[in-house]
Write a protein that binds this ligand. Structure first.
Ligand code: NAP
Length: 333
């Protein structure tokens, strides 16, 4: 059921775009949306749902929502914008629960890191009078929970929308404006294209980080603390990426299987080429490959998606889904 207080107003002057926004899941992304919505005055009211009492309590204390429910169906009643902010593996059950309670004319969107599986799981439960426009803000940190959000998370980051061919263009345009007012640039593409691009720019890099950290962890038993002591040699950056939420990432890989396997296959082939170059002392190949990689990094900086600071972005409040190697390649330019 619900706790309900009036901790904060979502409307600070400007004309709000929505009367009532419902956040289903109030973690890093949900809480950041709340901060950014209130900063821009985009809603009269923000409500939320979470199954965990501690999250509900924290959300009220932090003023993220004015009312919070322990189930999604109660939270969406009367909302004109519903944003699914839970791990994507939970979406099918959430969509089934909220379907009958959605208000006619409402927009349902999400922030999930995969898109084709979200369309598959959610679309069948959305009534004809409700607009479903899937989305994915390419912004995040390795932190989780309602305390981890901040209003600037989406500033100058891309948000990708993946409406289907029969989505009402007016609903897509309204959601595009919403994300722009949260600080993002918006691009529209198909769900399948999104999944392919994100497989190489975010999903495979995370998989590599999880794997290399575990490989080193096994070695650490042999070499005592040397892995930690000398981690600034590059390993440290992988550990930050690998600290990302395990549930979220489990669901990403279970739900973007084909695109990840395709990109992992290409990655493995390229890795074998490097392995052969090292084995046979082929310095030309190594130099060419490293030069190509370096120029891609320069392209990201030129596009304004990271700074040239020598700390590889360390010290900044937020990055993309991972450090500089993550989803940057889909940014402008
Ligand atoms: P988070 O901080 O872990 O928050 C997840 C929220 O979902 C929590 O409120 C949690 O509730 C709720 N939740 C978990 N399991 C649920 C279930 N089975 N049913 C209903 N609610 C459930 O995660 P996040 O980083 O905000 O990620 C949320 C979504 O954003 C994911 O779909 C992810 O793919 C996407 N995303 C993440 C990033 C990123 O960098 N983190 C970037 C872009 C997009 P409790 O607190 O009650 O457990």
């Amino acid at each position: 059921m619900s706790a309900s207080t009036h901790a904060a107003s979502a409307h600070e002057g400007a004309r709000p775009m929505f009367a009532r926004i419902a956040l289903i899941g109030i973690g890093l992304i949900g809480s950041s949306i709340s901060h950014a919505v209130r900063r821009a005055g985009l809603a009269d009211e923000i409500v939320g749902s979470s199954a965990t009492a501690a999250t509900r309590q924290k959300s009220i204390e932090l003023g993220l929502v004015t009312a919070v429910f322990d189930n999604a169906a109660d939270a969406v009643a009367g909302a004109d914008l519903v944003i699914l902010c839970a791990p994507v593996g939970a979406y099918a059950a959430i969509a089934r629960d909220i379907g009958p309670r959605l208000a006619p004319g409402a927009i349902v969107t999400d922030v999930g890191s995969v898109k084709a599986a979200v369309v598959r799981d959610v679309a069948p439960h959305i009534p004809a009078a409700v607009h479903f426009v899937p989305g994915h803000p390419i912004a995040g940190t390795e932190q989780s929970g309602p305390e981890s959000g901040f209003a600037e998370l989406f500033d100058n980051r891309w948000c990708i929308l993946t409406p289907s061919a029969d989505t009402d263009p007016a609903a897509t345009a309204r959601l595009k404006l919403f994300w722009e007012r949260l600080g993002s640039d918006v691009e529209v593409m198909t769900a399948e294209h999104h999944d392919l691009v994100l497989a190489i720019t975010s999903h495979v890099p995370h998989l590599i980080a999880f794997n290399i950290v575990n490989t080193a962890a096994h070695l650490a038993r042999v070499t005592d603390s040397e892995v930690i002591k000398f981690s600034a040699g590059g390993f440290r950056d992988f550990t930050r990426i690998a600290a990302s939420d395990p549930t979220m990432w489990r669901d990403v890989f279970l739900n973007n299987k084909e695109a990840v396997l395709e990109m992992l296959g290409r990655f493995t082939e390229d890795l074998v080429e490097l392995q052969r170059a090292i084995r046979f002392g082929d310095g030309d190949t190594l130099h060419r490959q490293f030069s190509d990689a370096r120029s891609l990094r320069r392209g990201i900086i030129k596009a304004g998606q990271d700074t040239a600071a020598p700390d590889f972005g360390r010290g900044r409040a937020a990055g993309a889904d991972v450090a500089g190697v993550s989803e940057e390649a889909v940014k402008r330019g």
